[in-house]
Structure formats: C-alpha cells, structure tokens
Design a protein around this ligand. Sequence first.
Ligand SMILES: C[N+](C)(C)CCCC[C@H](N)C(=O)O
Length: 288
Amino acid sequence: MPVEEFVAGWISGALGLVLGHPFDTVKVRLQTQSTYRGIMDCIVKTYRHESLLGFFKGMSFPLVSIAVVNSVLFGVYSNVLLALTAMSHQERRTQLPSYTHVFIAGCTGGVIQTFFLAPFDLIKVRLQNQTEPRVQPGGPQPRYRGPVHCAATIFREEGPRGLFRGAWALMLRDTPTLGLYFVTYEGFCHQNTPHGQNPSSATVLVAGGFAGIASWVAATPLDVIKSRMQMDGLRRREYQGVLDCVVSSFRQEGLRVFFRGLTINSARGFPVNAVTFLSYEYLLHSWG
Ligand SMILES: C[N+](C)(C)CCCC[C@H](N)C(=O)O
C-alpha cells in the first residue's frame, strides 16, 4: 500500500485548512446562530468582538486532525483506485480510469475518513460557536477552554458516544460528495490535458478549485444538518435524529435553511482545494 499518498494527503490537507479556516468559522456561525444578518455582518461582529483571532478559533485541533483525515481520504482513495484499476497514481495522470471507479474510490474514502473526522469536527464546531471575546482575567469563562478541555467535557457530560454526535449526518454528507469531489477533479484534469501528458499546475489548481466548489454545493444542505446535530445536546436535546433535524429545520425556517453557508462554502471551497490538490500532486511528483 503506497505510503506517499497518505503523507502527501497529510501535508496538503494542513495547507488547505489554514487557508480556509476563517471562512469555515463564519460558515459554522451562520448555520447555527441566528444573531447574524449575513456573511459581512458575521465577519464585522466577529472581528469587532473577538479580533482577528476570532476567525481562527477551533483551528489548532483540526490542523492536526484534518491532516490525518485528509491523509486517510487521499490514501484510501488512491489505494482503492489502484485495487479497482491496477493503475498507479502516475499511470492515472496520463490515462483516466472510469468515472465509476473514481466515484467508488472517492465514496469509500468518504466513509472511512468520517470515523476519524467526526470527533475532531464536533470539537471544532463547538469551539467555533463560542463567541465570547478573549477571556479577561476574572471575566466570564467560556464553556470550553480549548480543544482538549472540550473533548474531556463532552466525554464527561455526554459520554464517549457524545464525541460522535452528528457522525451519521457527517457520513451522509461526505460519502457521495467526496465521490463527486474526485470525479470533478479527475474529469477536469483529463478534459484539459493533452493525451499522454501530465496536467499543468494551472490545470490542477482550477480542477481542485472546481472539485471543492462542486462537492461543497452538493454537501451544504447536510452540512447545515450536521452542524445542528453537533450543537444539539449542548443544552437540551432538540432533535431525535438526522431526519427529525431535517423536518424540524424545514418546518421552522423553510427550504432556504438548507443553503445557509452555501456562498461561503463555495468561496472557501475553491482556494482551499486548489491548494490542497496542487500541493498533493507536487509532493507525489517530486517523490515520484
Ligand atoms: C465532502 N465535503 C464537501 C464536505 C468536503 C470536500 C472537500 C474537503 C476539503 N478538505 C475542504 O475542507 O474543503
């Protein structure tokens, strides 16, 4: 099982995360809090109340975890595709495997990465939703003092299963959309690269960006549900499950609730995934 795909996925995931975390913080707040009138209102209030650091809340943990998650995602994707097509990463650069195989490999990576992502994503969302300004001595303490304290508090208050709150919604969100993610990437690279050649850096950048946008547009409705399920249980349990959350959200806020954060997901999805795929391809090419 080639290891370099896992390492390249690790490094490229971390680079993409740092670039995209401020976008992600604004998105999570728009999805789970009704105090903001829109993207700009959220950005201005966050900056005024919490300074620039407010946009990077909850990032330290995902910096480690998303690298692991991305490593698992790209490693599983690449190795499932190798098993399905008997083509190495380098061979696939010049000879496109079938879209069905790419989709299956992407969905498989999506299912498996969920088990690693679920606890980390939960902690990230819980920390991102703490809107207190930086703690002043003697001032009000936020509920969670950091990622480890957040994990320990959730474990203590909600039990070990509490760390996987929202995991079903996360799996339903990521499995098909990561299949779409890799199909978009491989297809765009293949369509825009002369036969038998490696895609150029510009092609990889644009293909990665479009893959990020396509997958996030398709994922946003369940992304809203996932974030709400993760925030549920903080006070009293409001939802009995994913379907109850979908029906309840629709009844209370109408169809538009499922597109909260779509703009910011798309704006974030292009640069984050352009950088992720470019660094991934560069690393594999340089180790080739
Ligand atoms: C499957 N879903 C659309 C949720 C994510 C796909 C892109 C994942 C990437 N690491 C990012 O953070 O953008």
